[in-house]
Design a binder for this molecule. Sequence first.
Ligand code: PRP
Ligand code: MN
Ligand code: MG
Length: 177
Amino acid sequence: MPFYEKEVGTLLDEKKVQARVRELGAEITRDYQGSDLTLVCVLKGSTFFAMDLARAIDLPLEMEFLGVSSYQGGTETTGEVRITTDVSKPMAGKHLLVIEDIIDTGLTMSFLLESLRARHPASLKVASLLEKPSRARTKIQIDYKGFVIDDVFVVGYGLDYGEKYRNLPFIGVMKGK
Ligand code: PRP
Ligand code: MN
Ligand code: MG
C-alpha cells in the first residue's frame, strides 16, 4: 500500500495532469515560435510541473530558477514573501514565462511579477498548473492555466504539506484538511 494512501485522496490523476501539461506545452510552442524563451521556475513547488512542461515545449528554451517562500511549511500563507534563491543572470530583454504549481491568494505571484518586471524583460507571462480563485486576494492574469480547483488543500506533483508529498505523481487532497 502506498505510503500516502491513508492521508491523501486523488483530485487529478497522473494521466489527466500529464495530458494537460502536453496541451499547455503545445500552446506555448506555438506562441513563442521565433522568440528566445526563458522559463523561470519557482522553487520549490513548480519543479515537477516545470520539468514536464519544459519537455513538452518544442523550442530551444533556457531555464532559470527562483526560490520564494511564503507558506514556510504550513497550510496558511504568512503573507510575507521572501526570495530564497535568485536567478543566475540578468533578465533584461528576455522573454520570461514564470512557472508556478499553484496561484492561491496570488500574493507570491504578485510579488514575483513586480520583482521581475523591475528587471526589464522583453515580455513577462505566467503559467500555473492550478488556480484557486476562491482564495484570491489579488487578481493575477494566468496566461497558461492547467486547472481551476476548489478551496481544498492540495499536495503532490510538487505541492507540499509540511515539505512532504511533493513526490506524488498526481494532484491529491489531504484528507480532513
Ligand atoms: C506555494 C506554491 C506557490 C504559492 C502560492 O509555495 O508553490 O508558490 O505557495 O500561494 P499564494 O498564491 O497564496 O501566494 P510555498 O510558499 O509553499 O513554497 P514551496 O513552493 O517551496 O512549497
Ligand atoms: Mn511555491
Ligand atoms: Mg509550500
